[in-house]
Design a protein around this ligand. Structure first.
Ligand SMILES: Nc1ncnc2c1ncn2[C@@H]1O[C@H](COP(=O)(O)OP(=O)(O)OP(=O)(O)O)[C@@H](O)[C@H]1O
Ligand SMILES: [Mg+2]
Length: 368
């Protein structure tokens, strides 16, 4: 008997084998009923039999639309049911062994096409396994991104309450100095956490495939710079900042996003630059747009890292041991996403004389 016919004729027995395999898994935690789990296995077996009856797909990947759909649906079902990736793989292995053992044991006349059937069966099963693994992994990553996104989003409310309470304490003139200093520290740490959470939220948003939303309006970049500088000055009163603005700097962009971009660059200059030297923010009009530069002195970023630092979750080495690692490595990724959303660019030059990040924004961006 040909293998395809054998699978169709012995579906109930093969599902019995599968149930014995499934008993070894802890499916009590599953959000999917036993019936739905078994139905997915039955569809997978039927699809394998159908695959054996048709010639292999011609394309290099050997993919057939029906088989691909089925393997993906199976992966989604297993992900929802709480299977681990190892359990998905061992389920395929168990199916392979059970089908081949039963077929060779119970079929007297395997026939001259047996070796062809074997090769096709292994090809089809491996293809389905590959498809299931890739769909399972993508689904898992998406679930993680959603989790991080929801967490970051929900953290903003309690953090807002912390910031407001710190402000209320700071305005209470009756408090002793040490309490006011503690309230100021709570406020500054809260702002830093707020920035990190905003970056995390934007990061998961872009990973989930949505572009960064922009709310464009007529805005002056000089005002945006002043706002970003006020914020960073309040957080680092011990540092010196220079601001130079030249030429008309009005444009049609998202002022809040640009303030976020500049705050990230200024925060980096403070965190990673020379602690005793000023940080400079220079903005000027160029022929076809505006250019903003954030410069800090300090050791150069190693040449091999200059492209990587714009990747998400990428943090460079910190010189010395006294400086704590506080960031997530998202600041530059988000900053570049904001520049790109404005059809602009963000680049870095770094040498022994210091590091400069250069933002270029075009004057009349096409409609987003
Ligand atoms: N102005 C700078 N001078 C020197 N190195 C820098 C500067 N800006 C960034 N870097 C290097 O690039 C890395 C990535 O920067 P990025 O802003 O993305 O992350 P981070 O500052 O480490 O953390 P986060 O911004 O998420 O709080 C930094 O860890 C640092 O090594
Ligand atoms: Mg940073």
């Amino acid at each position: 008997m040909r293998l395809a016919d054998f699978i169709d004729a012995n579906l109930d027995e093969l599902l019995g084998d599968w149930r014995r395999f499934a008993q070894q898994l802890d499916l009590r935690r599953s959000a999917v009923s036993g019936h739905a789990l078994q139905t997915s296995t039955r569809s997978l077996l039927r699809q394998l039999a159908a695959d054996l009856r048709t010639p292999p797909a011609e394309d290099s990947a050997g993919q057939k639309p029906g088989a691909t759909r089925q393997a993906r649906a199976h992966a989604r079902n297993r992900l929802r049911a709480g299977f681990t990736l190892a359990e998905v793989v061992s389920e395929y292995c168990a199916l392979r062994i059970n089908i081949l053992e039963r077929w060779t044991r119970e079929t007297d006349d395997i026939g001259p096409d047996a070796s062809k059937d074997l090769v096709r069966f292994n090809q089809a099963l491996d293809q389905a396994l590959k498809e299931s693994i890739s769909r399972y992994s993508a689904g898992l990553e998406r679930a993680r991104d959603l989790f991080v996104g929801i967490l970051a989003h929900d953290l903003r409310t309690p953090l807002g309450a912390i910031a407001m309470s710190a402000q209320a304490l700071l305005h209470n003139e009756g408090l002793p100095d040490r309490c006011l200093q503690a309230a100021a520290r709570i406020g500054h740490s809260g702002s830093r956490m707020q920035r990190m959470i905003d970056d995390l939220l934007d990061f998961t948003r872009t990973r989930l495939g949505s572009p960064l939303p922009l709310a464009r309006s007529r805005a002056d970049l000089a005002d945006v710079c002043a706002r970003a500088l006020d914020e960073i000055r309040a957080a680092h009163p011990e540092r010196t900042f220079l601001l130079e603005c030249q030429g008309p700097l009005a444009g049609h962009w998202d002022p809040n996003r640009l303030a976020q971009l500049l705050a990230n660059l200024l925060d980096n200059a403070v965190q990673h630059g020379h602690p005793a030297r000023p940080v400079a923010l220079r903005v000027r009009r160029a022929e076809d747009g505006v250019i903003a530069e954030v410069h800090n002195d300090g050791p150069a970023i190693p040449a091999h890292m200059r492209h990587q630092i714009f990747d998400p979750l990428m943090r460079g080495p910190r010189p010395g041991t006294e400086r704590r690692q506080t960031g997530l490595g998202l600041g530059l990724y988000i900053a570049r996403q904001i520049a790109v959303a404005h059809q602009g660019t963000l680049a870095v030059t770094s040498a022994e004389s210091g590091t400069t990040f250069t933002l270029w924004l075009p004057d009349a961006p096409s409609a987003p």
